[in-house]
Design a protein around this ligand. Structure first.
Ligand code: BTN
Length: 305
C-alpha cells in the first residue's frame, strides 16, 4: 500500500519542500495529512461542492475526498480508514489507474465513471458481512431507478445490470485490526458517461453506461449524491438488523432467481442448477439437477438462460 500512496503523491502534488526520495523514506503516517489535503483540492469533473449541495444524509458523504487520479479508491480509503477517517467518509476519483475488481481482476476506470469507496464501521455480526454487498447493490439499483432507468437488475452477488449488460460492480473489502474487522471499504464503480471504446473489446460487448441507456448524459455529481442518500438508507437498515427488508428489495430486482446457472467455486467441481431464491444469510439457494439444495455464499454463478 505504501507504494500506491507514494504513486498518488507523485502524481498529484508538486511535493513542495520534500523531495521524492524523502517521501519514499518517510514513515507512512507522515503521508496522511498530504493525502487528505490533496483530496480536498478542487477537481475538474467531480466536485465535492456539487455533491454536498442538498445532500440529505446524516453521516454518509459528510466527509468527502475527491482525487483526479488514484490507483484505487479502495486503497486510499483503506489507508485513510486506518488513519482516523470516520464511518461514512467517501473517497472518489475521476480516474483510477489500478482499479480493482472482484477475484483479483482489474477494473477499467477511465474518465466518465463514478469510482468511489465508502468507509463504514458495520455494527453487525460478522456472519452478516456478505449482506453489505447485497445491500449496496439495492442502493445502486434504487439510484438508477431514481434517475429514470427502468428495471435495473442485481446479479448475485455484486453486479448491477441494465437490459442484461453490466453497469456497476461492487467490491467490499474488510480492514482488520487485532484479528477483528474494524472497518469495511465498499468500492462501487458505476459506468455513467464513459466512452466504451476506452474499454477492452471483450468488455465492450457486456457493458453498458447510464448515458447509453438514458440516451443522454447523466450528471455524475447528482448521481453520486443520490447514491450516497440511498446507501445511507440501506446501511441504516443493515445496522438495525432489518435484513428481511433488504432481502425483499433485493428479490424484487434479482436477475438470478428463476434462472438456470452454473456454479463455479475455486477447488470444487462446478455444477448446474436452478436458482430458487436467496436465503436469510444472503446466500443464493440453488436446486441442483439431482433435486438437492445448495446455498452458495461465494464463487461465480454463471446464468445459462
Ligand atoms: C467487480 O465487479 O469486479 C467489482 C468492481 C469494483 C470497482 C470499484 S471502482 C471504485 C472502487 N475502487 C476500486 O479499485 N474498485 C472499486
Amino acid at each position: 500500500m505504501k507504494d500506491e500512496i507514494i504513486k498518488l503523491l507523485k502524481k498529484e502534488t508538486e511535493v513542495s519542500n520534500k523531495t521524492i526520495d524523502e517521501i519514499e523514506e518517510a514513515d507512512i503516517r507522515d503521508f496522511t495529512g498530504l493525502v487528505k489535503e490533496i483530496g480536498k483540492r478542487e477537481t475538474e469533473y467531480i466536485k465535492a461542492s456539487l455533491i454536498s449541495k442538498n445532500l440529505n444524509t446524516a453521516y454518509v458523504g459528510k466527509d468527502l475526498y475527491v482525487y483526479h487520479e488514484v490507483n484505487s479508491t479502495n486503497t486510499i480509503a483503506k489507508f485513510l480508514s486506518q488513519h482516523g477517517l470516520d464511518s461514512g467518509s467517501v473517497i472518489i476519483s475521476e480516474k483510477q489507474c489500478g482499479g480493482k475488481g472482484r477475484s483479483g481482476k482489474s477494473w477499467e476506470s477511465p474518465l466518465g465513471g463514478a469510482w468511489l469507496s465508502i468507509i463504514i464501521s458495520p455494527d453487525i455480526d460478522h456472519s452478516r458481512i456478505p449482506f453489505i454487498t447485497l445491500a449496496t447493490g439495492v442502493a445502486v439499483a434504487k439510484t438508477l431507478e431514481k434517475v429514470g432507468i427502468e428495471n435495473p437488475e442485481i446479479k448475485w452477488p455484486n453486479d448491477i445490470l441494465i437490459n442484461g449488460k453490466k453497469v456497476c460492480g461492487i467490491l467490499a473489502e474488510a480492514v482488520s485490526k487485532n484479528n477483528t474487522i474494524s472497518n469495511v471499504i465498499i468500492g462501487v464503480g458505476i459506468d455513467v458517461n464513459l466512452n466504451l471504446e476506452k474499454l477492452p473489446q471483450q468488455l465492450q460487448k457486456i457493458t453498458t453506461t447510464i448515458e447509453m441507456e438514458l440516451g443522454k448524459k447523466m450528471d455524475e455529481n447528482l448521481l453520486i449524491k443520490i447514491f450516497l442518500e440511498e446507501f445511507e438508507r440501506i446501511n441504516d437498515l443493515l445496522n438495525n438488523e432489518n435484513y428481511e427488508e433488504i432481502l425483499k428489495e433485493w428479490r424484487k430486482r434479482s436477475y438470478n432467481i428463476g434462472k438456470t446457472v452454473e456454479v463455479r467455486k475455486p477447488y470444487n467441481k462446478s455444477y448446474e442448477g436452478y436458482v430458487i431464491g436467496i436465503s436469510k444469510e444472503g446466500a443464493l439457494v440453488v436446486e441442483k439437477n439431482d433435486g438437492s439444495l445448495e446455498k452458495v455464499i461465494s464463487g461465480e454463478c454463471i446464468v445459462k438462460n
